[in-house]
Design a protein around this ligand. Structure first.
Ligand code: HEC
Length: 279
């Protein structure tokens, strides 16, 4: 894809973000309630123009374009609801796939299709190649992810727990969520299992409760205004591992898929709203 200039809307939004941030640090001295109101208002104003729409449009074109050593498009890819079906898949993943014998999330399955259909090399997909730099051109994976999630908007989350492997993934994901370690003896739960917890001005959603668990699962991937980039669910976990001072989370690792399964099942009944736009 040609390198597109940064859209005007996102430049304006980035400026609005900086203004909002400086306004917020002043507000922090006043009272927490009003700064939270300001954040909510700011979030609301962001929904009007989401640069992730551009990612999704590029992703759709990439999906249909022949590429790779096998010169094939991804249109025959089975993301879980049958070959070539994209609509709704993000609401039912991670799920078990008989052809690989594994539970796979959206990103794992996309890589699987790029490898099997297009002849891409599995080892070429790692956090250093898949996650774009701040403000840099989006990667092919980020655009494809945006497209796939965009096609599941408004669809009810229904991450399955039928197959034994799906239940095992959930159980391991739960264990990983509560597993404490690292220099601060942190688990995911240390930051994400209480109401009203925050770091600096950021709310830390209580991911053990249905409401915030649904919001978190349904809104990722998201366009991060502060980074000028679309960030995937795998990135979200990678960055939380970093905040937890854990060893680097490997892209598409078993632990990453298990954690996404745990969060997805806990979010069942919510409605997909990704890619969202976040600070
Ligand atoms: C040291 C604290 C800390 C730990 C430990 C931590 N996170 Fe986070 N998490 C954050 C912060 C900060 C954010 C971003 C909040 C924001 O940007 O508004 C976040 C955001 C998230 C979100 C997105 C929520 C949303 O609604 O957008 C998810 C999902 C998440 N974390 C999952 C996890 C998981 C799973 C783990 C364990 C592997 C984990 N986190 C460990 C601090 C932490």
């Amino acid at each position: 894809m040609p390198n597109k200039p940064m859209p005007i809307t996102s430049i304006t939004q980035a400026a609005a973000f900086l203004i909002a941030i400086s306004a917020l640090s002043t507000a922090a001295f006043a009272q927490q309630k009003s700064s939270q109101d300001a954040i909510n208002e700011y979030r609301q104003s962001l929904q009007d123009g989401n640069p992730a729409d551009l990612n999704a449009a590029r992703g759709e074109a990439l999906w249909k374009t022949k590429a790779g050593p096998k010169n094939a498009s991804l249109e025959a890819c089975d993301l879980g609801l049958g070959a070539g079906k994209v609509k709704g898949v993000a609401a039912v993943l991670p799920k078990y796939f008989a052809d690989t014998g594994k539970v796979m999330d959206v990103e794992s399955r996309l890589v699987h299709c790029m490898v099997t259909l297009q002849g891409a090399k599995r080892e070429d997909f790692k956090s250093s190649t898949v996650f774009s730099g701040e403000g840099a051109k989006a990667t092919v994976m980020e655009d494809l992810v945006a497209y796939v999630y965009d096609e599941s908007r408004e669809i009810s989350i229904s991450v399955p727990q039928d197959h034994a492997e799906e239940k095992a993934a959930y159980a391991r994901g739960k264990q990983a969520f509560y597993f404490k370690g690292g220099p601060y003896d942190f688990s995911c739960a240390s930051c994400h299992s209480e109401d009203g917890k925050r770091i600096r001005l950021q709310d830390l959603p209580n991911l053990t409760k249905p409401g915030p668990a649904q919001a978190a699962f349904s809104q990722w991937p998201a366009y991060r205004v502060s980074q000028g980039a679309l960030r995937t669910m795998q990135w979200r976990l990678y960055d939380c591992f970093r905040q937890q001072r854990f060893p680097e989370l490997q892209y598409l690792s078993q632990t990453s898929v298990d954690l996404i399964t745990f969060m997805g099942v806990n979010a069942n009944g919510g409605k997909m709203a990704a890619p969202a736009i976040k600070r």
